[in-house]
Design a protein around this ligand. Structure first.
Ligand SMILES: Nc1ncnc2c1ncn2[C@@H]1O[C@H](COP(=O)(O)OP(=O)(O)OP(=O)(O)O)[C@@H](O)[C@H]1O
Ligand SMILES: [Mg+2]
Length: 504
């Protein structure tokens, strides 16, 4: 929490009565909020509530239809992100905008390179990047490293350093922890607190409520583009916050198994499977089972499931589906064999952004089982509505959906193929509380119908709440199996290697 002197300082940014419509449809209505220096201000709401849109308006990507914006006491109107950045308002995006082929320092100073005469002053760029990193307490990122080779967490830090290089007074962060593993979240927290203590105001969007309460001094709640409330976090409880976001209270976050769900025969089996990233993987997933795959970032969880999906095909060991040997060399072959992978990276792999909601939902089935397209076309609207996808029509382009709604379309796309084995890699990343519960419910229904599910998740409560068994990975290997009853600490300890291996 900020001290009282800070809190009584003049606001750095005040917005009042912001309205915004897209093609005549209102997405923000009469939204007002005040950002105080040296505080973290949480901005929460369901998918499509208008959080990212508000941020884009503040930074000059979109123009507002009505309303006033006061920057350090003066009315302003940023018409371009570069203008906002120069004034001291920086944004760390929901999806990054870094150039992977350039270095860390080049990305930090992109478009504002320091020069000596006509030449870019590389040495100065590197030196300044280095000192900004040091200020944040980061010693593991080389300013000369290629950004494309960095982890998601490291790329995020580069985005933050970019903001600091212009001496930002306000930093907007749109779901900054969505892609991070638990230990990286701690690092981000530390950075956010350090920025706050320096007097920076942070506008912080997250679907993780624990995070909102851990970090935020103030909380603004949006629902369907309208302001529900804005004020001190200390006046809210988690229950009350959820009620304001979704308009109802939620009792059971992780739904119980559906009656009649029972583990059946082994559907997916790996025996000594390995690729360039994982090795000696033995596991089974039975029909009706949900097996969780826990581990730190870089432990090989994603690479393990991508092996089973033929994206990073195994070159050692055996894989069996329903007792039949299967060695998918491509995702197409895997899908044909009844395997689906719901990925965490919706921008890169999940969707055709310029195509419609319906075309995206039919993307996988058209490619692999064209003969089933007609039937799927009929079931798609039902699946979309059970996932509570908010969209204007089946013909709306996916790029205009909010981030969380895009994720739900990815799910719908795979469900349309009626898979026997579903691999889930961070399936609820970036989706709101209500939608998360809808995804969990759907997983329970798949289990009831005999689908075998293998779920990678960095959110331990999700693994503990949904999985029948938890496999823990470290350094490309499965190091043990735990029942969900052991609790978060035990899973983390095994993942980090602070406890002994457990027989799988
Ligand atoms: N460029 C655009 N054109 C048309 N509609 C848009 C555009 N950008 C956003 N929208 C719509 O505005 C609404 C708000 O979207 P926004 O991305 O701000 O939601 P959000 O609160 O950030 O959601 P999420 O938590 O899923 O990221 C959504 O209904 C979305 O479809
Ligand atoms: Mg968003």
């Amino acid at each position: 929490m900020s001290d009282t002197t800070r809190a009584s300082e003049a606001p750095v940014l005040v917005v009042e009565h912001i309205d915004k419509s897209f093609f005549g449809v209102p997405v923000l209505r009469d939204v007002s909020l005040t950002l105080r220096p040296g505080t973290v201000h949480g901005l929460v709401g369901e998918n499509g509530a208008g959080k990212s849109t508000l941020m884009k308006i503040l930074m000059g990507v979109y123009t507002r239809d009505a309303g006033v914006m006061r920057w350090r006491g003066e009315e302003v109107d940023f018409t371009h992100p570069v203008q906002a950045m120069k004034a001291g308002l920086a944004t760390v995006f929901q999806e990054f905008n870094l150039l992977p082929e350039r270095s860390v320092a080049q990305n930090v100073f992109l478009g504002r390179e320091p020069r000596r005469g006509v030449l870019v002053d590389n040495r100065r760029m590197i030196r300044e990047t280095e000192s900004l990193l040091t200020d944040l307490g980061i010693d593991f990122i080389d300013p000369e490293a290629r950004v494309g080779g960095l982890s998601v967490a490291e790329q995020q830090i580069v985005e933050i350093v970019k903001a600091l290089s212009v001496d930002a007074r306000v930093i907007q962060m749109d779901e900054p922890t969505a892609a991070l593993a638990d230990h990286e979240v701690e690092l981000l927290y530390a950075i956010v607190r350090r920025l706050r203590d320096r007097g920076v105001a942070i506008l912080y969007v997250s679907h993780r409520l624990r995070e909102i309460f851990d970090l935020c001094d103030d909380i603004t709640v949006l629902k369907d583009g309208a302001l529900v409330s804005t004020g001190p976090a200390s006046e809210l409880t988690p229950d009350e916050l959820v009620r304001r976001m979704v308009g109802r209270s939620i009792s059971a976050f992780f739904p119980d198994k559906i009656e009649g769900t029972a583990p059946g025969d082994v559907r997916l089996e790996l025996r000594g499977a390995g690729n360039d990233y994982v090795d000696g993987v033995d596991l089974t997933v039975r029909a009706g089972e949900i097996v969780g795959l826990a581990g730190l970032q870089g432990s090989g969880r994603t690479e393990l499931v991508e092996g089973a999906f033929g994206a990073l095909a195994y070159n050692r060991g055996e894989m069996l589906v329903d007792g039949q040997a299967l060695a998918p060399r491509s995702p197409r072959q895997a899908v044909r064999a009844g395997i689906a992978l719901v990925t965490e990276d919706r921008k890169a792999r999940g969707l055709a952004l310029a195509q419609s909601v319906l075309d995206n939902a039919l993307l996988a089935i058209r490619g692999v089982f064209p003969g089933r397209t007609r039937r799927a076309r009929q079931s798609v609207p039902g699946v979309l509505s059970s996932l509570e996808v908010t969209f204007r029509g089946l013909d709306q382009e996916v790029q205009f959906l909010s981030g969380g709604n895009q994720q739900k379309v990815v799910l719908a796309k795979w469900l349309a193929t009626e898979p026997r084995v579903v691999l889930l890699d961070e399936p609820t990343r970036g989706i709101d509380v209500g939608a998360k519960i809808a995804v969990y419910q759907l997983m329970r229904e798949l289990a009831k119908n005999g689908v075998a599910q293998l779920m990678v998740s960095s959110e331990l409560p999700e693994v503990l709440g949904m999985a029948d068994r938890i496999l823990v990975m470290r350094d490309g290997r499965i190091v043990g199996e735990l029942p969900p009853s052991v609790g978060e600490e035990a899973v983390l300890a095994l993942a980090a290697g602070t406890t002994e291996e457990v027989a799988g």
